[in-house]
Design a protein around this ligand. Structure first.
Ligand code: ATP
Length: 445
């Protein structure tokens, strides 16, 4: 059936309230997006799954929420002020801007077609700068963080001193990051404002050889829980030219987006680079003393660094399907269905009274109220039931409950499953347990 394209994803996102262009009524702002009612729920669900995975399911990981604005020294120490740049070229004729490492400079400009029109590549720092206080001088310059990780490194000592953690342990954080990206195509894949889910795992030097493969396995397995098809994920190991000079090893988890295989998450062995840099720049050694052996060392860090907003795009692309179906009368039709795992679907259950009259709407409202404590529900009483099912399919609602005349007689409802479109009759009293069991055993069909 129809191929998944970014245009189809963008159009569904707008039509069904997942994602809108920022400031759209003013012509839109490039590289910034607003998450609508469905999008924010999907994003929060993925975030909550990650948070649970990292903190609740691992005894040795604690959470943190550091501020977006940090002292400029942090970015001097991390190397972002001197190194966090992309090489940029402009077309002298049409003024389009490109990353010189992403286009062939020997070919004509891809926008206007003119030959030999590019400027010399120059480096462009990706950090957004602003000022704290009334003066706009160098001393007041601060940067919006381009990654969440540094907030974790600079709080390493605070967490050790306050939280009774012992190496090996990790600190997890989810939050906004900002990069002044030169090219922001492919919808939310690369935006100027985005969210990251990062975890820095502090371990004894040498033990990183054990923890690095451990975290690689943990991270790829996480995507099964989000219901992502394994054959749409693969590993890419950084070659010598890609590897940061301080990194011992680095792998990316790549996902098969409509524009091809692209990075989704990085798992990196960063050695003691970051804590050593901060030790130098702040003048206080960011070391750790083993409480048993009293040995002192600067821990090594294995980092897992995923884009939350890029995870949202992955979930949307992986879920999208245009399916040809045939109704009872033999008529064929295309249904657009989002196969979200029930754990991340923005709405878990749609409540649909067959008709509004004869007390059916009141009964449906009663059932809706009862289900709200356990699920995100959506009540819809307008239009033919078939059309209502399609609307639910398009936002990826895994279950629909239909209230009909039999419900009024025997307190049973029709439970319809999104992927198979199968319908079963279930007593109202068993609805919650039935849907919970189906979510636990969910397999995409
Ligand atoms: P790239 O080389 O594609 O610019 P990166 O290797 O610099 O990315 P990291 O710094 O390792 O990316 O960031 C970790 C994760 O954060 C990425 O795997 C990605 O999921 C996410 N991410 C990074 N930059 C952006 C962005 N501009 N928009 C959305 N997500 C991003």
């Amino acid at each position: 059936m129809g191929e998944v394209t970014m245009d189809k994803i963008v159009s569904l996102c707008k039509r069904r309230g997942f994602i809108f262009q920022s400031s759209e009524i003013y012509g839109g702002l490039n590289g910034a997006y607003d998450y609508g009612p469905m999008g924010v729920q999907l994003k929060n669900n993925i975030r909550d799954m990650w948070w649970k995975e990292m903190t609740q399911l691992h005894e040795n990981i604690v959470g943190l929420d550091a501020s977006i604005l940090m002292a400029s020294k942090v970015w001097e120490a991390s190397g972002h002020i001197s190194n966090f740049s992309d090489p940029m070229v402009d077309c002298k004729i049409c003024k389009s801007r490109f990353r010189s490492d992403q286009i062939d400079l020997t070919k004509p400009c891809p926008v206007c077609g003119n030959k030999d029109s590019f400027t010399e590549p120059k480096n462009f720092n990706l950090m957004f700068a602003t000022h704290i206080g009334a003066n706009s001088d160098d001393a007041s310059t601060v940067y919006l963080r381009p990654e969440t990780a540094q907030g974790i490194y600079v709080n390493f000592k605070n967490v050790v001193a306050s939280s009774r953690v012992k190496v090996p342990f990790g600190i997890a954080q989810v939050g906004k990051s900002f990069r002044n990206e030169i090219t922001t195509k492919n919808f939310i894949f690369r935006s100027c404002e985005f969210e990251q889910m990062e975890m820095q795992f502090f371990c004894q030097p040498g033990s990183d050889d054990t923890w690095f493969p451990y975290w690689r396995e943990q991270r790829i397995n996480f995507y099964d829980k989000l219901g992502i098809r394994r054959d749409h994920l693969r590993w890419h190991q950084h070659g010598p030219n890609e590897l940061a000079f301080y990194a011992k090893d680095a792998y990316d988890i790549e996902f098969l987006f409509p524009m091809g295989w692209q990075e989704l998450e990085g798992v990196h062995d960063r050695t003691d680079y970051d804590l050593t840099q901060h030790s130098k720049f702040c003048g206080k050694t960011q070391d750790y003393m083993d409480p048993v052996t009293h040995e002192k060392y600067i821990p090594y860090v294995v980092e897992t660094s995923a884009g939350l907003t890029r995870n949202v795009l992955m979930a949307l692309c992986d879920a999208y399907e245009e399916e040809e179906i045939t109704d009872e009368k033999g008529k064929t039709d295309t249904r657009t269905v989002m196969h979200f795992h029930p754990s991340i679907a923005p709405i878990t259950v749609g409540i649909l009274p067959l008709v509004k009259k004869d007390g059916l709407a009141e009964k449906a409202k009663e059932i809706e109220k009862a289900l709200r404590a356990d699920f995100t529900v959506f009540y819809d009483q307008s239009g033919a039931v078939g059309r209502r099912y399609r609307r639910m399919d398009e936002i990826g609602t895994p279950y629909c409950v239909t209230i009909d005349y039999d419900t009024m007689e025997n307190d049973t409802v029709t439970l319809r499953f999104r992927d198979s479109m199968k319908q079963v009759r279930v007593p109202v009293a068993e609805l919650v347990a039935t849907m919970k069991a189906a979510t636990k055993d969910y397999k995409r069909v």
